[in-house]
Ligand binder design. Structure first.
Ligand code: AMP
Length: 398
């Protein structure tokens, strides 16, 4: 069956078609600047040339119509008609406490997703717009919502509660939810598979280090803790997000810089992280690595602080699980930055981690980067959130 996977943002829409029998991506692309001027769609069939077309896209319905047109184009399309698309899987950022699993979409589910909008005001409304546009154009095709938060719903209360008045949890559901769940789930399962061990027997820590970054602790096949919280701002230092802070800093900056709460939140979300810490050198780890290797002080401070925070989270999750068998690195930085991996692993002597330098230099493979005698295995597992969404979609529509 061919599955169309949609990841819809407020002005962009990523798509992939995955054949669920071969698990291969047969076409993919991106719509950008939806609802703005100079919108464009890119389309790449597997093994073919990437095509970029600049064309008006006043709304998401038009963007999806163009995606479907590209997929069925007689010359370059990958399906003859939309009947060859068996189902659509939609990424949805926040499922609150309502959704601990992926779910088939219907009107009642749509209403329940809308109720989660308060928890992710930047993301969920955009996801919903994408789903509605798809349902309009493909009214008889089954659709599934796959939530970023669902995998983390197994966290115990002591991991998800904040030290705040309990009434805020009761009234507003303020608690830790965690994100990147599809990636944490995919990578932890894949690690067990590659090692030939039972998922349910392992204690795994997944470090998803991309522009957004989070760590999770997966014990016996269930997530028991993760570093992001009510929103994706908590936890690690990220591309432009601060991660963990003393909350009193907000008030301090507000007074010193005469800023209101919205301005402060913009600073924490968009101007902080490795970008801010490096004194605006870059949010891209390629630049930071290059700077570090050239002795740049801003890059050095930033990479050291970033890696120290990752190592601290790993340590806290070893404590939470009373041990660890496997530590996985994934996402843009985790998969491609050997320097970051080795700087993090330098802290892990107490776990008997011994890095194989040649393996750590490789790219694009599911691979252990520790020596055979390393007491804890460290792996690089390229994430594949689209495939994970396609698998969930097939599971629910079959
Ligand atoms: P993601 O959010 O998972 O797509 O990750 C994007 C980030 O990965 C980029 O902002 C870069 O910082 C990082 N990245 C991508 N390629 C490399 C590379 N070759 N070396 C270091 N970092 C990389």
């Amino acid at each position: 069956m061919n599955i169309l996977v949609i990841n819809c943002g407020s002005s962009s829409l990523k798509y992939q078609v995955i054949n669920s029998d071969t698990e291969q991506c047969i076409a993919k692309g991106l719509c950008e600047r939806i609802g703005i001027d100079a919108s464009q769609i890119s389309y790449t069939p597997a093994g073919g040339e990437k095509e970029v077309t600049v064309t008006p896209m006043p709304d998401h319905t038009e963007a999806i119509r163009l995606v479907l047109e590209a997929l069925t184009n007689p010359r370059t399309g990958v399906v003859k008609s939309l009947d060859e698309i068996g189902a659509v899987g939609h990424r949805v950022v926040h499922g609150g406490e309502k959704f601990a699993q992926s779910t088939l979409l219907n009107d009642a589910v749509m209403a329940a997703i809308e109720e989660c909008n308060d928890l992710a005001p930047l993301h969920n409304p955009a996801n919903i717009i994408g789903i509605n546009a798809c349902r309009k154009l493909m009214p008889t095709t089954p659709m599934v919502a796959v939530f970023d938060t669902a995998f983390h719903q197994t966290m115990p209360e002591e991991a998800y509660m904040y030290g705040l008045p309990y009434e805020y949890y009761q009234k507003y559901k303020i608690r830790r939810y965690g994100f990147h769940g599809t990636s944490h789930s995919y990578v932890s399962k894949k690690a067990a598979e590659v090692l030939g061990k039972k998922y349910e027997d392992l204690k795994i820590i997944v470090c998803h280090l991309g522009n957004g970054a989070s760590v999770s602790a997966v014990k016996n096949g269930k997530c028991v803790d993760t570093s992001m919280g009510l929103t994706p701002l908590e936890g690690l230092i990220m591309g432009t997000r601060s991660g963990d802070l003393d909350p009193a800093i907000l008030e301090f900056i507000a007074h010193k810089e005469n800023k209101n709460i919205d301005e402060i939140m913009t600073i924490l979300n968009k101007k902080s992280g490795v970008l801010g810490l490096s004194d605006n050198l870059s949010s891209d780890f390629r630049d930071l690595e290059a700077g570090y290797n050239n002795g740049d002080e801003n890059a050095s401070r930033t990479l050291k602080t970033f890696c120290y925070r990752v190592a601290k989270y790993i340590g806290s999750y070893v404590a939470a699980m009373n041990g660890v068998d496997v530590i996985c690195f994934t996402a843009g930085v985790g998969e491609n930055a050997p320097l970051v991996r080795s700087m993090v692993c330098d802290y892990l002597g107490y776990l008997g981690v011994s890095i194989d330098k040649d393996a750590n230099a490789k790219r694009g493979e599911d691979i252990a980067i520790t020596t055979p005698d390393s007491r804890t295995t460290v792996m690089v597992i390229p994430t594949n959130e689209e495939l994970a969404i396609a698998r969930e979609t097939v599971r629910l529509v079959k």
